[in-house]
Write a protein that binds this ligand. Structure first.
Ligand SMILES: Cc1ncc(COP(=O)(O)O)c(C=O)c1O
Length: 343
C-alpha cells in the first residue's frame, strides 16, 4: 500500500475547499432558503444543484458494485484527467507518463498545468513495451495514464502488463476505461486491492450520452477526498444529473446496441480488409477501427467528398497513413462500405 498523502501536492493537502450554502445547511424539510443568492422565484432550475448528487451516485454505485464513497462525478473524463494532474503534479517539477499513440487530453492537460509529459511509444502491435515503461519512471513521475482499450488504436492491452505497472509504479496509475463496455475487461474492482489506482469511465460512449458531459472517477476514499476537494463546487449541472438518472433508471447500457456495434465492427473489419487501398485493419476492442491505407490524406478527402467524415490520424506518431473510423449503425456502415468500394 502506498502512502497517498506523500504523493499529493502540499497546497492541496492544506487547501480549504469552497464551502457552498448547501454544504453548510442541507435538509429535506421545507425551509425558505435565503442563503445562496439564487433567484427566489421558483422554476425548475432556480436552485444550485445539490453537489452530493445522492440519487445519481447511488444508482452508479449499485450498477458497478462500488461503494458510493469510492466514486466522484466529473464534467466528462476530461475534467477528471485535469483534476488528477492538479492534485498530484507540481507545475514545472513533476511529470506524467503516457503510452503513445493515445488519447490527446492527457498531454493537453499536462501542458496546461506545466507538467512534463514523458511519452513512451507502444510496440509495433500497439502493446505496452513493459521494459521501456518500467525504466521510464523517475522520482518526479507522479501519474501514468493507461487507456484500455486504447484510442486511437482500438485494442486492449495485455492484462499482465497493466498489473505489472500497477504493482511496480510508486505513483498513481490512471486507467481510462472509456471504451470498457465494448471490451468486457475492467480493472474497476482492483481499486480495492491497490490504493494507487484510479479508474475512469464515461457516459459518452456505450451509454450514448456524450452531450450531457458526465464522467466517473473510481478510487479509494483518500484519493476521492482530494479530487472532490479540488473540483469546482457545481461541476455536475442539474440537467445532466436529471438526464443521467432518467437513463440509469432504465438500464446502464443498452446491451443490444453494444452487441450490435461489436457485430458490426467485426463485419466492417472483414469488408475493410478486402479493399485494395487498405493495408492493415488493426484489432479493436472498441467501437471504432484504425486502418492503415495507401495515402491517408487523399483517402480522407475522397471520403469527405462522399459525405462521410472519418478521423485522419496520420499526423500522429505511430499512426502514419491511418484513418480512424467509428462503427456506425448497420445502415451507415453499408453506405460507408459502398462508398469505399466506389473510391
Ligand atoms: C480514451 C478516452 N478517454 C476519454 C474520452 C473523453 O471522455 P469524456 O467525454 O468523458 O470527457 C475520450 C473521447 O474520445 C477517449 O477516447
Amino acid at each position: 500500500m502506498m502512502k497517498i498523502k506523500d504523493l499529493v501536492r502540499r497546497n492541496i493537502i492544506d487547501l480549504s475547499p469552497y464551502s457552498s450554502a448547501r454544504d453548510e445547511f442541507n435538509s429535506s424539510n421545507d425551509f425558505i432558503y435565503l442563503d445562496a443568492n439564487e433567484s427566489s422565484y421558483q422554476s425548475d432550475l432556480n436552485r444550485y444543484p445539490d453537489n452530493r448528487h445522492i440519487q445519481l451516485t447511488k444508482l452508479i454505485s449499485s450498477y458497478k458494485n462500488i461503494k458510493t464513497e469510492n466514486l466522484v462525478l466529473c464534467n466528462g473524463t476530461d475534467e477528471l484527467i485535469d483534476l488528477v494532474i492538479r492534485v498530484f503534479c507540481k507545475p514545472a517539477v513533476d511529470s506524467i507518463i503516457t503510452l503513445n499513440p493515445t488519447y490527446g487530453m492527457y498531454n493537453v492537460s499536462s501542458k496546461i498545468n506545466d507538467v512534463e509529459n514523458i511519452k513512451i511509444q507502444l510496440d509495433k502491435n500497439f502493446q505496452i513495451d513493459i521494459d521501456k515503461v518500467i525504466s521510464g519512471f523517475n522520482s518526479k513521475t507522479k501519474i501514468i495514464f493507461i487507456t484500455n482499450p486504447n484510442n486511437p488504436t482500438g485494442n486492449k492491452f495485455n492484462k499482465d502488463d497493466i498489473l505489472k505497472i500497477i504493482k511496480s509504479f510508486k505513483g498513481i496509475v490512471f486507467i481510462d476505461e472509456a471504451y470498457v463496455d465494448y471490451s468486457n475487461e475492467s480493472f474497476l474492482n482492483k481499486i480495492y486491492s491497490y490504493n494507487n489506482l484510479i479508474i475512469s469511465q464515461t457516459f459518452s460512449k456505450a451509454i450514448g450520452l456524450a452531450g450531457i458531459r458526465l464522467g466517473v472517477g473510481y478510487s479509494n476514499e483518500e484519493i476521492i477526498y482530494y479530487l472532490k476537494k479540488v473540483k469546482s463546487p457545481y461541476n455536475i449541472n442539474s440537467l445532466t444529473e436529471k438526464k443521467a438518472i432518467e437513463s440509469l433508471t432504465k438500464q446502464y447500457v443498452d446491451i443490444d446496441q453494444v452487441n450490435e456495434t461489436i457485430n458490426e465492427r467485426k463485419s466492417l473489419e472483414l469488408k475493410l480488409k478486402e479493399l485494395d487501398f487498405v493495408s492493415t485493419v488493426f484489432p479493436s476492442n472498441s467501437n471504432f477501427l484504425l486502418i492503415e491505407v495507401d495515402d491517408a490524406n487523399k483517402r480522407y478527402k475522397q471520403i469527405i467528398d462522399h459525405g462521410i467524415v472519418v478521423r485522419n490520424r496520420s499526423s500522429v506518431k505511430g499512426c502514419e497513413n491511418c484513418l480512424r473510423i467509428t462503427v456506425g449503425t448497420p445502415k451507415q456502415n453499408k453506405i460507408l462500405i459502398n462508398t469505399l468500394k466506389k473510391i
